[in-house]
Structure formats: C-alpha cells, structure tokens
Design a protein around this ligand. Sequence first.
Ligand SMILES: Nc1ncnc2c1ncn2[C@@H]1O[C@H](COP(=O)(O)OP(=O)(O)OP(=O)(O)O)[C@@H](O)[C@H]1O
Length: 615
Amino acid sequence: MPRVAKPKAAAPAKKAVPAKKAKSKLYAMPEKVKEGTIFNDLAKGQWRIGPSIGVGGFGEIYAACKVGQKDYDAVVKCEPHGNGPLFVEMHFYLRNAKQDDIKKFKQKHGMKSLGMPYILANGSVEVNGEKHRFIVMPRYGSDISKFLEQNGKRLPEGTVYRLAIQMLDVYQYMHGTGYIHADLKAANILLGLGKGGAAQAYLVDFGLASHYVTGEFKPDPKKMHNGTIEYTSRDAHLGVATRRSDLEILGYNLIEWLGVELPWVTQKLLTVPLKVQKAKEAFMDNVGENLKTLFPKGVPAAIGDFMKYVSKLTHIQEPDYDKCRSMFSSALKQLKIPNIGDLDFKLKPQTSSNNNHSPPGTSKAAAAKRGMKIETPAENSSLEEEISASEEEEEEEKAPRKKAAKKVSPAAKKASPAPKNVRVSPLKRAAPAAAAESTPPSQKRVKTEPKSTPRPRDTPKASPRLRGTPKASPKPQTPTAARLKTPSASAKINFSPSISLRGRPGGKTVVNDDLTPQPRSNKTYEFNFELDVSMDANVIVNVKRKKKAEKEKTVTVESRTPSSRSLASSLKEENGSPVTRVNLRKVNGHGDEGDSSSSGRSPRTPAVTVRKYQR
Ligand SMILES: Nc1ncnc2c1ncn2[C@@H]1O[C@H](COP(=O)(O)OP(=O)(O)OP(=O)(O)O)[C@@H](O)[C@H]1O
C-alpha cells in the first residue's frame, strides 16, 4: 500500500468511507526504499540506494551509487508509477537533456558550466508490491532556499544577479528544446557539489516542464494557476506556456531574494489564485512605478530593466537572453562583484543598491504601503449556490497529499469564481506536459499539443534561435482575467468558523490536472480554505453538493486527527444543479520515512483548495 493513502488507517471515518478503489494509487507517495536496495535501470545498470536526502511534494530522493563504485554521487528520484510529474520529468530529460546536448550547447555558447541537470538512467521497480518509476541523476548540493531562510529571506545582491544569469542560461538551453520549466524557485535551485561546485547553481524539478506555445494565446483551464502560486506567471495563471512566463517567474523570485515581499504575499492573497493573478496583472501593467513602491529607496536598475523588458515581451517572442544577462552583469560590475567563484550566500553589511535594509515583513507600514499600491482585485464571491460537504468514497482517490493547514486568513472567507470550465484539482500532480507520443499508463489525461508546437526531436531545426535579437512579434498580448469570460453568475458561500484561509508559505508547486470529475457545467467556483488541525494529522475533506430536489445542504469537514474537529452548517439551496462533489484528502507527507535533510525545511503546502463546478 502507498505510505500515505492508507484509508484503513483512518478508522474514525471508516464507516462513511467505503472501500477505496485501486486508482487511489494515483495520489500515493512512494514507498520507503531501504538503504542498500539495488535498482536495475532499463539499460541494465545497477544502482545502490543510499540514505534519503530529499523529499518533494510527490516523490523521494535518495543518494545513490553505481554498483561497483564507491561514491554516492548520484540520486534516485522515485515515485509511484502512476504519478504524472516524474513521468513528465523523465521524458523531458530523456529527450532534451542528454549530456551530449548540454555539452554541445556549452561549447556553442562558450559556457564553462551550465546549471542544466541530466539523466543518468531510469527504470521501474517494485517497492513493497507497488510499481514505482525512478530516474537517476547527478547529485547536487544544498538548495538555495536554505540560505534564504538563514539570511532572513534575503540573498546578497550580487548573488541574486549571478543566479539570475545562471538561470537565464538554463532557460536559454531549455527554451531551445521547445520547453519551459514553469516552476523556478529557491527550493528548485541546487548548488553543485565538489570542487568548484558552489560556483554553479542547477535548476531541478522538471515535473511541470511543458511545450511553450508558438501560436495563438489560448487559455487552458486544465492548466490554470499551475506552478508555485507566489511566482506563477500571468500566462501560467491562464494555463498558457510561454517563454516570457519563465522570465516573469524568475523576476518575482529575484525581487523576493532581494528581501522584498511580493505584493500578493503582503496582501495575503495566496489562497485565492484568481486574486493573485489579478494582483500580478496590476503589478506588471505598470511595473516601473510599482517597483518603486516595493523598493522605496531605489529600484535596483537590473531589476527594473528586467521586469520592464519582461512586461513588454509578447507571448510568442523569443526572449533576448543576452540582453537580459547583460542587465545583471552590468549590475555586478557596478557592485564590483566578479561573476566567478563560489556563489556567496553570506549576507554582508548592506551593499545593496536599493538600500532596502528591512527584512521582508518587518515593517508593517512598509508592507501596508506595498500592499496598497497594487489594486486588490475585486472580490466576486457572491455565489448563487450552496455547498455541502459529506463523505464520498468515490472521489477519495483524488485526495491531495498536502500537509495540514493551521490558520486562516479571514481575507478568503469568500470564494472567487475561477474561469469557466476549469477542471482542476490543484492539489494533485499530473502530467501537464506529458509527451505527445506517450502517456503514463495511469494518467487519464492526454496532452494535446498545438500543431505548431515545436517537438523536441525537431529542436535543432525548428527551435528558436538561442541567441540574438528577438524575432519580430505581434503586438504584446497582456493576458487579463477579463479575457477569460468569467462566469457572470454569483453565489454565496458560508464557511463555518472552523474553516479558514491563509497563505501558502513554503512555495509549494501546485499542478492542475483533469483527474477531477468532468465539469458538469460552464460555471466554476473555487474555494480555498484551510483546516485548523494538527500538522501531523490525517485529514479528509469531502465536499458534496446535493441534488436539485434537495432543499438543505450540509457541510461537513472531518478531521481524522486527535484534535479532530468537525462542523456542519446548513444552507438553503437557491438553485438546483446536478450533484457536484469534490473530495480532498490531506495526509501526512512523510511521517514514517525517517530522516530527510530537506524535508524539515521545505514545508509542504498546508492549504486545501476545492473547486466546484456548476451548470
Ligand atoms: N539531484 C539532486 N541532488 C541533491 N538533492 C536533490 C536532487 N534533486 C532533488 N534534490 C532534493 O530533493 C528535494 C525535492 O526534489 P524535487 O523538487 O525534484 O522533488 P519534487 O517531488 O518534484 O518536489 P516539489 O514538491 O517541489 O514538486 C529538493 O528540494 C532537493 O533538496
């Protein structure tokens, strides 16, 4: 059985939760692999599993050593076979990140090193009777979120610019293959290991890699808001994969690494993706002025130039990587910081050109000021319908693997309607960029690529130029929520005081997929809430909207925890529509898997998001 999805363990609710179906393994965390286990890869290579060195939201990473060798200089990332993200990641690596390709790219561009990981091997293995997929890749060092935490959420300015240059290099490589990364964040950037390793940062986690569009800008409800909500780009909020999206995500990270809180974080909007999206649109619409509010003592020129450049890119335009890099290398020159040697994560007495001495969040006034500058998106939260919650076994296998929520911001007691026809379960991971030719056996979703999307194997001919000036592009298209034809209907949602909302600290990747029930309507409502329960609790939330004929609806949230809470509220139904259910499960991520160096400092998302559909 999967370690996490253990319905039997949820004894208190057993009565109401009939036997689970086999497909619950779609949401399983991997089985624990014992140290010393040998994995056989597809090329008949053998890998000895060492200690666990990292736990992601959906898989576990072990140090690994090629059998016959001494050093544990590789890692094995292992996930249940049905999990989409590792499938996506594996195929991305196999097609686009061969060591030879990376070497050629470096030669072509005169780079000594490139923060692009590669795959050493892959295969399938049975662990405790469960089929798992694994990939083997080089072992890297610490991720930079550790330094951010140590430094009070700030990195030295020069290091921020060096990281920017290095990540632009990786983007250039990756975009050259037709893909975008879509999930850059400190937790996904690892330092190299060994001599000189700390001079290069590597971008990992290609579970959200996706072909970028080269044609029409077409919002895709199935992928809306994918990524890590703090940094998700405006295009990604609309479900459109673009190269400018990667740059925008980088930009938001850079701002944060300089010690400045992003407006949508300050405004505590993170639990409501649509509000975050609108805040970002407002921010980017007038990015020059808005940055002045974020950096009251002066916007670092490189950040200002970069963000303005990003805001002007069209959705199909190839970014001018050289131009962007030169913004940051000029800043380094000004700071007299050489772009060589180990990346320095020690915060020195303020050298920042922005003179922003206050760590983020320390000045309430400053935060308020920052928060005010960006228009808070209008809340459209009067829902016409009522929600009820009850246990529904059928949907339980769609339960998310999230950590328990603790507190809630009252800001989100109302739900914002998401664009219509959204079929989303943002608490699960799937295969957004599943390769065109193949699909993981357990995946229900088949990715449909636009015909014009470059295919990986066509890359050398069809891929965009890696350097040089941007191609002529049509007028910039700034995505706005207005273009989405948001349902005009409204509804009212009443949450019990026991349900509340809060932000999503920790920068957790969220992936929409279409494993949730098919939408039965053209209206979609999204609910974000958190349950105030113990962090080590197992929580199952089942939401059910009853049939039209029924007059009363109930909401029940069951927390299977020692500090268990439950609530029920009855709401009068105002209109009828077919039954709609969304069941969520929050389970312990890794309660029994032993030590993991990174799991402790990389909290998993405690937020729970429910999206509801209405005809
Ligand atoms: N090649 C590597 N070498 C060393 N540590 C690694 C490597 N790859 C991943 N890790 C560690 O494992 C952690 C999780 O890895 P990764 O982000 O790939 O997993 P995930 O399940 O996709 O996580 P996420 O929750 O971000 O989706 C990383 O933050 C890092 O600490």
